[in-house]
Design a protein around this ligand. Structure first.
Ligand code: FAD
Ligand code: EGO
Length: 498
């Protein structure tokens, strides 16, 4: 640490801002947190985003780094497997991995409050609630806020950290600078949260230690357990569908058709009441670059990389950002001139990777994942992992239970796809040879008497092999497990062969 304490203004006291405050206070920085909302610790109800979240390895490691893991983990519910709900209400579990591989359901508000209180424990941390960032001057290290009275407050610091979420005001200021890249995409789906209360015996209405998933292609629903023995279910559906269900009757008919077992769990009356009285919320994916401005500013968390929630990694990634920045401050002895550019260089490929993975999951789940597909895919992954524990690590496992850099998770997956393709090619050729020999034997024994028939069979096999090779990845092949598609596929191959 240099002679004088570095003074930082953190804009946004959400999960990532409060966490970064702990890391910097621990380094001995003088930290001021400015948060737009009033102090959530003093509020009755906090409106806003998701009630509970899936916390996994990366977030957990970040908590460990500031000595908070043990305390946080007391207030979570482990989810050791997914529970897949099919259309008949049948539930099937698929474990995430070994005993110690589980994700955790955590209450957003509780986590945020604990992090704020932990930050406040450090001597040189100050918090300014109801202070909204209006503008900043990166050159001078100045920031301007507006408080609840409408007064403008200015401050000057050594550097500014933007942890003010997906619609970051800090990032908006950065957008005025030259060479700043920015991309924003809204997906057609919205989300709505529904409550599944405890049953009449005040127990969890479903198995507690699971991430409950209702995969229905275009429509998806998940439910995470809460400490009060309720679940928070999240329905993901295209906005136009949300809008088209505009009467209680239509809502009920939709749920009867798509999520029949959930009606009893939520309660028919509560379901229609909540649905009619709440608005579906949008989901946005935002990429930008760089994450820093000279040695004066850096953005972390959703402010730098808002991602769609289909991997359960947004918060985990944001919390891991704090580890990465802290480690770079270690490496460069708190020299921001070196640490901040290096932060962008290190982190941008990883944030881009998880953003793409999350978007990919969204596209994939929406277009071909129903409950059968989900079960098949995850079971195959588990079997291969049991057979080759070192080499076959499922992508979800690598992302959620290790700190393998996100961009390396992607390259590992591409490698796996190659292996799967090779496996399929070899199996096909093997099967082809087997059939050819069989036919040859039949021919010799007089059962098949024309060489023409043999050639036809060979072409049939060739056709199948070509098709299988054409499916570039496991996804492409599984996608066509759709019975209808299979049937036309095979019919075409047969046509080609005959
Ligand atoms: P935020 O949590 O958005 O905090 C930003 C803070 O900045 C807020 O307190 C805000 O009031 C404040 N602020 C905003 N503007 C200003 C301003 N101008 N001045 C001052 N303060 C300001 N992630 C997971 O890891 N697992 C999950 O299971 C998961 N599920 C999700 C489900 C849904 C439906 C959604 C939408 C997201 C989910 N996420 C999940 C992602 C996760 O919510 C975010 O990645 C995470 O909240 C990001 O934290 P943050 O601190 O960067 O931003
Ligand atoms: C085939 C089968 C292709 C978030 C399954 C892809 C995400 C994706 C939103 C789950 C778990 C935490 C989540 C798995 C897949 C949270 C998650 C997964 C959802 C939706 C979520 C899994 C909150 C994708 N993790 N996940 O493997 O269990 O697999 F279903 Cl809609």
């Amino acid at each position: 640490m240099p002679e004088t304490k570095k003074h930082v203004a953190i804009c946004g006291g959400g999960l990532v801002g409060a966490m970064m405050a702990c890391y910097l206070a621990k380094r001995g920085y003088k930290v001021d947190i400015y948060e737009m909302r009033p102090d959530i610790r003093l509020m009755d109800v906090v409106r806003g985003r998701s009630i509970n979240l899936a916390l996994s390895c990366r977030g957990r490691e970040a908590l460990k780094g500031v000595g908070l893991e043990a305390e946080i983990v007391k207030n979570v519910i482990p989810m050791r497997a997914r529970m897949i709900h099919d259309l008949n209400g049948k539930r099937r579990p698929i474990p995430y991995g070994t005993k110690d591989q589980y994700i955790m359901s955590i209450d957003r508000r509780n986590l945020n409050e604990l992090l704020l209180s932990a930050a406040e424990e450090y001597p040189d941390v100050r918090m300014f609630f109801s202070h909204k960032l209006i503008s900043c001057d990166f050159h001078k290290g100045e920031a301007e806020f507006r408080n609840e009275k409408g007064d403008n407050i200015r401050t000057q610091v050594d550097f500014i950290i933007g942890t003010d979420g997906a619609f970051s005001a800090v990032r908006q200021q950065m957008m005025k600078l030259k060479l700043f890249d920015y991309q924003q995409v809204y997906i057609p789906h919205g989300y709505m949260e529904l409550n599944i209360p405890p049953n009449n015996n005040n127990e969890f209405a479903m198995e507690a230690n699971y991430l409950h998933i209702w995969p229905r292609n275009e429509f998806m629903m998940i439910a995470l357990p809460n400490l009060d023995r309720s679940f928070t279910a999240t329905l993901f559906m295209p906005f136009d569908m949300f809008e088209s269900l505009d009467t209680e009757e239509k809502v009920m008919d939709f749920f009867k058709e798509k999520f029949p077992d959930s009606i009893e769990l939520i309660g028919a009356e509560e379901l229609t009441k909540t649905y009619m009285s709440s608005k579906a919320l949008p989901m946005v994916s935002i990429k930008c670059k760089p994450y820093h401005v000279g040695n004066k500013c850096v953005i972390l968390g959703d402010a730098a990389h808002a991602i769609v929630p289909f991997y359960g990694q947004g918060m985990n990634c944001g919390l891991e950002d704090c580890i990465v920045l802290n480690e770079l401050l270690d490496s460069y002895n708190d020299d921001l001139t070196q640490a901040l550019p290096e932060y962008t260089r290190m982190r941008h490929p990883d944030a881009t990777a998880i953003s793409d993975l999350a978007m990919y999951n969204y596209i994939e789940m929406r277009s071909h994942v129903n409950s059968t597909m989900f079960l098949l895919r995850k079971q195959l992954d588990n079997i291969l992992h049991k057979l080759f524990p070192q080499t076959w690590v499922p992508l979800y496992t690598m992302v959620s239970f290790t700190r393998t850099r996100y961009h390396e998770c992607i390259s590992h997956r591409q490698w796996q796809d190659k292996i799967v393709n090779r496996g399929i090619t070899i199996t096909t050729i093997g099967a082809g040879l087997g059939v050819a020999f069989g036919l040859y034997w039949l021919h010799k024994s007089g059962a098949v008497n024309s060489i023409g028939n043999l050639m036809k069979s060979a072409r049939l096999i060739e056709g199948l092999a070509d098709w299988l090779k054409a499916g570039k990845s496991l996804e492409a092949i599984e996608a066509t497990k759709d019975r209808k598609k299979w049937r036309t596929m095979i019919a075409n191959a047969v046509k080609q062969g005959t």
